[in-house]
Design a protein around this ligand. Sequence first.
Ligand SMILES: Nc1ncnc2c1ncn2[C@@H]1O[C@H](COP(=O)(O)OP(=O)(O)O)[C@@H](O)[C@H]1O
Ligand SMILES: [Mg+2]
Length: 241
Amino acid sequence: MLVLKNLRVKVGKMTIIKDINFNFEKGKMYAIMGPNGSGKSTLAFAIAGHPAYKLESGSMRFEGRNISELSPDKRAKLGMFLSFQTPLALSGINVFQLLRIALANKKDPLALKKKIETIAKKLGIKSQLAERSLNEGASGGEKKKLEMLQAAILDPKLLIFDEIDTGVDVDALRTIAKFMNENKDGKTYILITHYNRILHYIRPDKVLILMNGRLMKVGSAKLAEEIEKSGYEKIMSNVKS
Ligand SMILES: Nc1ncnc2c1ncn2[C@@H]1O[C@H](COP(=O)(O)OP(=O)(O)O)[C@@H](O)[C@H]1O
Ligand SMILES: [Mg+2]
């Protein structure tokens, strides 16, 4: 459903993502792993259409359509969702108001409010938090739960979570993972992580290893376990030898 072909992405003058070819299939759970600075967030931004992350060459297709030139909002409307590594705080706007705008007022406000409440409850989000300015003063775990809430309401086809497990305590992580597991049918998930924590709770169909902007290895969930045991360098030295 998302096909990356010979993808090269640059930030400023520097090429960060180098020649990535991969086909993300519908309904599957992927994990992208790699050490700090390997280009994971860059890849996520490029897929979402962040203007600072430019396609140097190659292409991206989403459900058969070339999205390489589309703006982030157009990609979102096609059914792509990206949760940032560090979710931004939005002063003066709460999650309900944000979602009202995102849904272009198409949904009945009462129904939307009710849906937000139901999902917030499942995610253990306190009601005051949903009413406050988005992410303002929220803890790491609360921010990531609010991201999951927004994803659940917007109901995208492709969900990319950048470092969903960073700065999140184990209870919040478990709650988020449980929610994902219960809501994965027909959806494609890409979980970006530099360590294995979330993968203790969610079993990915495939694990992709990114290093220095290159896709170095693709394996099963077992690959994540190997990385946890031996580290990236060891695994990679085995690839080369
Ligand atoms: N906006 C930016 N400006 C300059 N360099 C950037 C920018 N975004 C990413 N980079 C560089 O790209 C490389 C990959 O970064 P990133 O994609 O954030 O890695 P990861 O998410 O795997 O830790 C790093 O060397 C980083 O410094
Ligand atoms: Mg990152």
